[in-house]
Design a protein around this ligand. Structure first.
Ligand code: 3NM
Length: 204
């Protein structure tokens, strides 16, 4: 994939929003996010048809603005919505199986430490998500923060693989993530909780 797409990676589900998700996504894209992941997950996430319906609306926004639309951990929904790709964690559906099912889609995989790295089929994925870099309360089961040192280490191991940092990233600390070797930053709350999305995305 074009690694520049990872530059400002916005992730969101309805559980992260205090107002209309479609409006938040439009504002974020207009302000300059480069890729979007629909991550409907956790105790307050939508399920079944309600999840599909919101996904379809967000997918349409991404089509209108020509922004890649990635689904978090739901291979069926990728097909239903015609998504551009899928992001999975270590305990989700295996990247090898996803690559077989979706030879041409973007596949992202989260890798948080050396043990996970060693068992990850990096050659089957388009990019790696590294985190949580900083402390985050957005993900219910987030691991211990790994710091930007983990990005440096991953970059040494993977000089040519697109890498995006995640977890607790804000306009104040994003530069540190890029300087450590990431191609981009992924954020949820920095945007969904912003009082001025345009300013936040620009300062990111
Ligand atoms: N994945 P925020 S941390 C979705 O470590 C997610 O893999 C993580 O939200 C990981 O930008 C995280 O609000 C939450 O901290 C990111």
């Amino acid at each position: 994939m074009d690694r520049a797409l990872l530059r400002k990676y916005f992730i969101m589900g309805s559980q992260n929003c205090e107002r209309e998700p479609v409006e938040i996504l439009k504002e974020a894209i207009e302000a300059g996010v480069t890729i979007f992941q629909f991550r409907e997950k956790g105790s307050y996430a939508l399920k079944g048809q309600a999840k599909v319906n919101l996904g379809r609306q967000l997918r349409d926004v991404c089509l209108t603005y020509d922004i890649p639309f990635i689904i978090n951990d739901d291979a069926e929904l990728v097909e239903i919505l015609g998504a551009d790709g899928i992001h999975v964690g270590q305990d989700d559906e295996k990247a090898e199986a996803l690559r077989e099912r979706y030879p041409d889609k973007i596949i992202g995989l989260s890798v948080s430490n050396m043990r996970e790295f060693e068992r990850s089929p990096i050659d089957q994925v388009d990019y790696v998500g590294a985190g949580p870099i900083f402390g985050t309360s957005t993900k219910e089961d987030a691991k211990v923060p790994v710091g930007t040192a983990w990005i440096k280490r991953l970059r040494e191991e993977l000089p040519n693989t697109p890498i995006v940092g995640i977890g607790g990233i804000t306009p104040e600390n994003a530069q540190e993530v890029i300087e450590a070797g990431a191609d981009g930053v992924s954020v949820i709350s920095a945007i969904t909780r912003s009082n001025d999305i345009s300013k936040t995305v620009q300062s990111l």
